[in-house]
Design a protein around this ligand. Structure first.
Ligand code: UDP
Ligand code: MG
Length: 316
């Protein structure tokens, strides 16, 4: 199979038939062998019924339904697991992404050898205040911390080599950072294509204003995990030792002062150095312990799927 189109959706009953017709038309005119995988992320409307009726008419339509709303990341992950195509396309279900872009995305993966090609909604049809400006800031921060030079991380329309989606694990709300996850797994050939974007035709956006706070928190997590996830001791241990030494230095000074230089002077507990020393030593020990526990956890974690990427094997 050449192509899998993976579509996560939540309450998009009005869009689905139109979306399906459009995708099917593009697929047929390009003679792709394909599947469309709809992942119903716990919709409360008739989305699943629509998917069922589409699937009963067309063998290429596959559906997967979550018991409740788990989120777009989980939906994508489930779709990636099922996908059989050599190229995987993700797109939103709300008709904001155009299926006409698919052939060119596929060509970029197959012929230009990209691991990922991400859509770039250069001209957006969303509200300026709640979407466009915050998303500029967000994309800038994501570029700076990850080193992945994309303009539009959160674009729903993306194309992947099969092995990329089989390797990465999209959890939490990490769907915004799939290219970063891929880069961390070793797939660094990441391209970008300007795509047309349309205003939402039916329904409304499923992500509120909290998307930006959550987005930034996820960004910090991903930055941290990328940098120190495999070696927590290098951060916490170093800080801890540093803190402890500062505290110990003050304690040493106080001790020498009290014993040899000024035995009859002020009480140690009357001196600010004492409190600095105390806090620094306690914090230092705590940080060191955090690093140590982090090491134990990373070491005991099963190195299974997703923690590393194999590039080649022999006789397996
Ligand atoms: N979506 C989903 N689960 C969720 C929220 C959204 O599967 O919990 C789907 C949604 O139906 C749509 C896509 O993710 O197909 C993008 O969502 P939306 O259009 O609301 O986001 P926006 O375009 O506003 O960023
Ligand atoms: Mg949308």
């Amino acid at each position: 199979m050449q192509l899998s189109v993976v579509i996560p959706l939540l309450n998009e009953q009005e869009s689905l038939t139109e979306l399906y017709d459009w995708i099917a038309a593009v697929m047929q005119s390009n003679h792709f062998s394909y599947e469309i995988i709809f992942i119903d992320d716990g919709s409360g409307d008739d989305s699943w019924k629509v998917i069922q009726s589409l699937a009963s008419k067309d063998q290429n339509v596959k559906g997967l339904r979550f018991l409740k709303n788990f989120g777009k990341s989980q939906a994508l992950h489930a779709g990636f697991k099922e996908a059989q195509g050599d190229v995987i396309i993700t797109m939103d279900a709300d008709l904001q992404d155009s299926p006409e872009e698919i052939p060119e995305l596929v060509r970029l993966i197959e012929e230009e050898g990209f691991d990922i090609v991400s859509g770039w909604k250069k001209k957006r049809y969303d509200s300026i205040i709640t979407k466009n400006l915050p998303s500029k800031l967000f994309n800038w921060a994501a570029r700076k911390t990850s080193g992945v030079r994309l303009h539009d991380f959160n674009c729903g329309l993306k194309a992947f080599k099969k092995e990329v989606v089989k390797t990465i694990e999209v959890s939490g709300e990490m769907h915004r950072y799939i290219p970063v996850l891929a880069k961390n797994a070793g797939y660094s050939n990441i391209g970008e294509k300007v795509v047309v974007h349309q205003a939402r035709k039916y329904g409304k956006t499923k992500f509120g204003a909290d998307r930006f706070l959550n987005g930034f928190l996820d960004l910090i997590t991903i930055w941290f995990v990328t940098k120190f996830g495999k070696r927590p001791m290098h951060l916490f241990g170093a800080l801890g030792v540093l803190m402890f030494l500062v505290g110990f230095g003050f304690a040493l000074y106080l001790g020498i002062d009290k014993l040899f230089l000024d035995p009859t002077g002020r009480l140690i507990t009357d001196r600010p150095q004492f409190y600095i020393s105390l806090t620094a030593m306690i914090l230092g020990t705590q940080l060191f312990m955090a690093g140590f526990l982090g090491e134990l956890i990373t070491r005991s974690k099963k190195t299974g799927h997703g923690h590393y990427t194999i590039s080649e094997t022999i006789n397996l």
